[in-house]
Design a protein around this ligand. Structure first.
Ligand code: BG6
Length: 519
């Protein structure tokens, strides 16, 4: 009890937990085939995540994981490779007993993605390893952890060997980028659709597996106080920032062709935009949510050349320093061209021309080698009439709601209150919710791949993109790529690593009478 005899603990939410019964995870025995099972993504993310799921006892007793790649190795050698990956990249402390349990489920097939015989061997292995469920089906997940150009050939061979439907209940997980523009994405969708139905296709975007990203829907639609304000009447503008301090690591071959718009804007940023701007879905089911996203994308105002030149900013990093460490310019990274035109920074203003958002600007920004790794959505409310305070207040800031996605997972509401004292000053304060602090370390925060792999095993497509959604997202960004690729950027590099990007991005906001929330 506090000295004034008020038990504040009763007022503060964090001490009061309601019991949440864990959702029952019911997964049928399955086999997961990882094409590219020895590659970077497999080693860094997929295999450590599967190990973790096994350690947490989230996998059924019967499951198999088959790595499929071109190099020659035995099952035993593959287990060694996976062990190394788990030791190096897993966030869990290594548990020998659990490893013994997990490693028995690992197998390997060596073969080229074009070799039919390798797929016949796969077919045989699948029959040996996967028990039929009560429905008489074998549950199979194919994970495409391969460069996009292998996709069609793998799907064709799976189809030729009759490994897509029939007695196999299969799912296909496809990594981003899905195509390189709308036309290629549509073509890819068409080719995959020859072998798989839409309800078998899981187009993965790891941003949707982040706890705070999923929370956007809960926050918006499970509270009555924000949704009535969530529109053009009360919101001045919205900003979405996905800032990275990392450079392109060793991915120049991919990045030189992709650039920032294909790497981040077309997928991660568009997903965040959809969650913050879409209409309430009629239920928490994959298609209800995905319908609303697609509707939202199709109301984004199309961008023409003049608009792109005025309201978007591209950048490429020069040398600089991040956290006291010198880093090279993009053009000096291994395998990039010394005259590369590839953008590593994007900022732009978008409008959503529907009843809710008409006239409200959405400022989207992302870049590599920026000052800090931070992703957030900030909702800037309109300033109320503050005439009554004009003679007394110096600080008058509009209300601001910040949804922090990373590194700190949080929600903060910035309000104005009276500063204590005999004067009449308005004072800005924050009401904060921090996931880690407020759930007091009581819960395990699943990593994005953990959540997404489990959802796929459970046959839940809610956090995966649908074919029309992918194409609609490309339709939004295609004009930007087209314009930028057809007009070289003589000003590149135009920002130093370790800054918040090109000055033009700040100037764009100044001209609008606004500024970036993070700067
Ligand atoms: C990936 C991009 O999709 O997302 C990378 O290809 C980027 O370039 C990464 O670094 C960022 O993910 P996160 O989860 O670290 O924000």
């Amino acid at each position: 009890m506090s000295p004034d005899n008020v038990d504040y603990s009763l007022m503060n939410g964090p001490d009061r937990f309601c019991e949440v019964t864990p959702e029952k995870i019911d997964i049928e025995p399955f086999t997961m085939v990882i094409f590219g099972g020895t590659g970077d993504l497999s080693k860094r993310k997929l295999l450590p995540t599967l190990y973790h799921l096994c350690q947490d006892q989230n996998l059924p007793d019967e499951f198999s994981i088959i790595g499929f790649a071109s190099s020659k190795r035995s099952d035993e050698e593959y287990r060694e490779l996976v062990k190394k990956a788990v030791l190096e990249f897993s966030e869990d402390t290594f548990n020998g007993e659990c490893w013994e349990r997990f490693s028995k489920h690992l197998f390997y097939i060596s073969g080229s993605f074009e070799d039919e015989n390798a797929f016949k061997r796969l077919s045989q292995r699948l029959e040996e390893l996967t028990r039929r469920t009560e429905k008489g089906l074998r549950e199979i997940i194919y994970y495409m952890a391969v460069a996009p150009h292998f996709l069609t050939s793998i799907v064709e061979r799976l189809s030729f060997c009759k490994l897509c439907k029939g007695l196999f209940n299969t799912r296909l997980i496809v990594e981003k980028p899905f195509g390189k523009d709308r036309a290629s994405a549509a073509e890819l969708n068409r080719l995959i659709a020859k072998a798989f139905d839409e309800n078998q296709i899981y187009r993965i975007d790891h941003y949707l597996g982040k706890e705070t990203v999923q929370n956007i829907i809960f926050f918006r639609f499970a509270n009555s106080i924000f949704e009535p304000l969530w529109n053009r009447r009360y919101i001045d503008h919205i900003q979405i920032t996905v800032a990275e301090s990392l450079g392109i690591e060793n991915r120049a071959r991919f990045y030189e062709k992709a650039g920032v718009v294909r790497d981040i804007v077309q997928n991660h940023i568009m997903q965040l935009l959809a969650l913050v701007a879409m209409e309430p879905p009629i239920g928490f089911e994959a298609d209800y949510i995905r319908n609303e996203k697609v509707k939202m994308y199709s109301t984004i105002r199309p961008l023409d050349k003049e608009y792109i030149d005025t309201y978007t900013v591209r950048g490429q990093y020069g040398a600089g320093s991040i956290n006291g460490k010198e880093v090279v310019s993009y053009r000096d990274e291994r395998d990039t061209s010394s005259s590369s035109n590839t953008p590593t920074f994007f900022a732009g203003k978008f409008y959503i021309d529907n009843w809710r958002w008409a006239g409200v600007p959405f400022y989207l920004r992302t870049g590599k080698r920026l000052k800090k790794r931070i992703s957030e959505i900030s909702i800037h409310f309109k300033q109320p009439p503050l005439k009554m305070f004009s003679s007394t207040c110096e600080i008058r800031e509009p209300n601001l709601l910040v949804l922090g996605i990373q590194p700190r997972e949080s929600i903060s509401l910035h309000l104005g209150v009276k500063h204590p004292g005999i004067g009449n000053q308005l004072y800005p304060i924050n009401m904060n919710f921090h996931y880690e602090r407020d759930f007091q370390g009581k819960f395990h925060f699943p990593l994005p791949y953990e959540r997404l792999l489990l959802d796929c095993m459970k046959d839940d497509q809610t956090l995966f993109a649908r074919q029309d959604g992918i194409e609609a997202m490309w339709a939004v960004v295609d004009p930007i790529n087209e314009r930028w690729e057809n007009t070289p950027a003589p000003e590149f590099p135009n920002y130093s690593a370790g800054t918040w990007g090109p000055e033009k991005a700040d100037e764009m906001m100044q001209k609008e009478g606004r500024r970036w929330h993070i700067w």
